[in-house]
Design a protein around this ligand. Structure first.
Ligand code: ZN
Length: 221
């Protein structure tokens, strides 16, 4: 049976998807999560995601799509590739995993449909990032149409962070009452260090800059 009040959240245990999880809990009465393993170096992410979901009795589905990491060499899955700190000219940093969101959202939709869920939430944003093509609104809208055509259904892809920079993602977490939880219980760091992380990888820098920007805004109110 179709449940209009249910949502499936693509959930990695990081700042963005955790904020999305609590956004979904605010907006839907039934929420489930799906987490993907794709050969990422730090499986600790999965432990964090699982722990956040389990503590709140939120169903947690773990899907293995490790073929993705094998097909597309990138610095998140291959220890021999040194991570790009900056975006190279005319290409993407090697933290880009080609097809990742296409694969994740497609599997999420198949799983959601089997659970009678048609709202799918993802924490992609086209602000403040390296310009990954599969984080853009155009791609999400296009995929939404494709998923509906592929399964003759009416999925709705929700992207509450699409136009938010990192400081605004912190702000949303604060509005949702989970600022401390997101700060202390999530893992965003490319080097696999929880909470404030290693401090120097691109993900930590982005997270920290956003946090500092938001805290300055919050204290000046
Ligand atoms: Zn880091």
């Amino acid at each position: 049976m179709k449940n209009k009040n249910a949502a499936l959240v693509c959930f990695s245990g990081g700042q963005d998807s955790t904020t999305c999880l609590f956004w979904a809990l605010r907006n839907f009465t039934e929420v489930e999560t799906v987490c993907f393993t794709y050969g990422q170096k730090h499986s600790i992410e999965v432990d964090y995601a699982c722990s956040i979901a389990e503590k709140r009795n939120i169903p947690f589905h773990l899907l293995d799509v490790s073929l993705l990491g094998q097909l597309a060499p990138n610095s998140l899955t291959d220890s021999s590739i040194v991570m790009d700190n900056d975006k190279p000219d005319e290409s993407y940093p090697n933290t880009f995993v080609p097809g990742r969101n296409l694969i994740f959202l497609t599997f999420a939709a198949v799983l959601a449909r089997s659970r009678g869920i048609y709202n799918i939430v993802t924490g992609v944003s086209e602000a403040d990032y390296s310009g990954y093509p599969d984080c853009r609104d155009t791609f999400i809208r296009s995929l939404n149409v494709t998923l509906n055509l592929a399964m003759d259904e009416r999925f709705e892809l929700h992207t509450p962070l699409m136009s938010r920079d990192k400081s605004e993602v912190w702000e949303l977490a604060d509005e949702l009452g989970v600022f401390d939880l997101v700060r202390n219980e999530t893992i965003t760091c490319y080097n696999g260090i929880p909470a404030d992380g290693c401090g120097h990888c691109p993900a930590c820098k982005l997270r920290r800059e956003g946090l500092d920007k938001y805290l300055r805004r919050r204290t000046s109110r």
